[in-house]
Write a protein that binds this ligand. Structure first.
Ligand code: MN
Length: 440
């Protein structure tokens, strides 16, 4: 795990005032990376979020604000994706973070020099369109929350909710990378083939059981060659950072199509991610133990087991999901919180997921993304999907507008936010992942 260093010091402040507000997602201790559309020239550029501003990494390099040990890393940010930087590995990521930190602090010479050219290296986040942070070659979605797996399993198999393999093997399916989109774009209600349990024949039409899945996505850094598995002790070196992932799901399409090969068109119509990737180093103060397996649960097989993973494989990341219907937005009613969950509820760590993924020799490439699977916690206020909250539509949710939801309606906006807050550390946030649902 990345070591704590001066960039994590909770007392650091920035010469950009908005970064110093207590609830700021992007204080100088965070420094997440993303890709935005340059409003002047219309092309994608790599930036670092700081307060309500974006540091243009290429402009900062040209002005000498970022260079030295970070020059290779800054040079890898010259294109319109993070893939090249992701491929470089932890030593370079760390050099870039250390250099950006010194340039954005208010107590360094580097900070003074950067402030003198602020107009040329900074732009406001407001009004700037964010893009996907990486060219995502492959996407795999796991199923790592035991609470989600149990809740969903109960609906299908009340007496035997958890499949016998669950506690031994991280379950996943190969998702569709092409339909991953950036926060802010709309999502269209999918059309597909469904069959109600009491119907004689399937039919084709708009999904009537449109749902979200609250997940965290993680990006692969350096890849591995085909045929060369990544071990648990190496897994950390292959992960660049985390983002919020909303894995939209059409439950009625899914229920009819999933046997025997798993999800297909119920998932591949769109998945939204938050635009800023929070690096592994920024997350170092918020690491915690892996899920505490109760007595009687099997120990992971040796290839998925390490004492380091047991001690530090988890992440204390809070994730909040809220909804604002069209009627609520028109009336100026704030979004209603549907759930607050936490990455600590994952039965498998992201390192076990990555190691398992490569255990057969499967190769990963920089920019590949993996999803944790829907993150549900043990309590009713920590459920990661509408399917679970409404018990598959049986118990509708009431909205402040007087409307009810069994599943999502056209015009609904779903907003996911995530943040980390721990004693002795500066709070950092992920920003948000949002989308409005359009009719089919
Ligand atoms: Mn999912």
């Amino acid at each position: 795990m990345p070591e704590l260093n001066e960039t994590h010091d909770p007392t650091l402040t920035s010469w950009i005032d908005s970064a110093n507000e207590a609830e700021a997602d992007f204080p100088v201790q965070n420094l997440p990376l993303g890709v935005y559309t340059d409003p002047k020239i219309g092309v994608g550029k790599v930036g670092i979020a700081i307060g309500d501003k974006i540091l243009d990494v290429t402009a900062a390099r040209a002005k000498g604000v970022i260079g030295g040990v970070a020059d290779d890393a800054a040079g890898a940010c010259a294109g319109d994706t993070l893939n090249e930087l992701m491929a470089l590995g932890g030593r370079h990521w760390s050099a870039l973070r250390a250099t950006a930190s010194r340039a954005l602090r208010d107590d360094t010479e580097e900070g003074e020099a950067a402030q003198a050219v602020a107009d040329e290296i900074l732009l406001a986040q407001a009004g700037v369109a964010m893009r996907l942070p990486a060219r995502i070659g492959d996407y795999t979605d796991f199923y790592s929350s035991i609470f989600h797996a149990t809740n969903v399993g109960k609906m299908l198999r009340p007496d035997n909710p958890l499949m016998p393999n669950y506690k031994h093997i991280p379950i996943a399916y190969h998702g569709r990378a092409s339909s991953i989109v950036a926060s802010g774009e709309t999502v269209k209600r999918p059309v597909g083939q469904t069959k109600a349990p009491d119907a004689d024949h399937p039919s084709f039409g708009p999904s009537m059981a449109f749902d979200y899945e609250t997940e965290i996505g993680f990006f692969v850094g350096p890849g591995n060659p085909l045929g060369q598995p990544v071990s648990m002790s190496e897994a950390e070196d292959h992960i660049f950072g985390l983002c919020i992932l909303n894995d939209w799901s059409a439950r009625d399409i899914q229920a009819w199509e999933y046997q025997p090969l798993g999800p297909f068109l119920a998932k591949s119509f769109a998945s939204h991610i938050s635009p800023w990737v929070v690096t592994m180093e920024a997350l170092a103060p918020f690491r915690c133990g892996a899920y505490d397996r109760p007595d009687g649960d099997p120990a992971p097989l040796p290839y998925l087991s390490s004492s380091e993973n047991e001690a530090n494989g988890g992440f204390d990341v809070q994730i909040e999901v809220s909804i604002a219907s069209e009627q609520m937005r028109d009336a100026g009613t704030p979004p209603q919180v549907l759930a607050v969950t936490n990455m600590q509820h994952l039965y498998w760590t992201i390192f076990q997921m990555l190691t398992h993924h490569t255990s057969n020799g499967c190769n990963l490439s920089p920019g590949d993304m993996m999803g944790t699977g829907t993150i549900s916690g043990p309590t009713e206020d920590a459920l990661g999907s509408v399917l679970e909250i409404t018990k598959r539509g049986a118990e509708p949710v009431s909205l402040p507008s007087g409307e009810e939801r069994r599943f999502l309606a056209d015009g609904d906006e779903l907003i996911m936010r995530a943040w980390c807050d721990a004693d002795g550390a500066r709070r950092i946030g992920f920003g948000d992942c949002r989308a409005v649902i359009e009719g089919a």
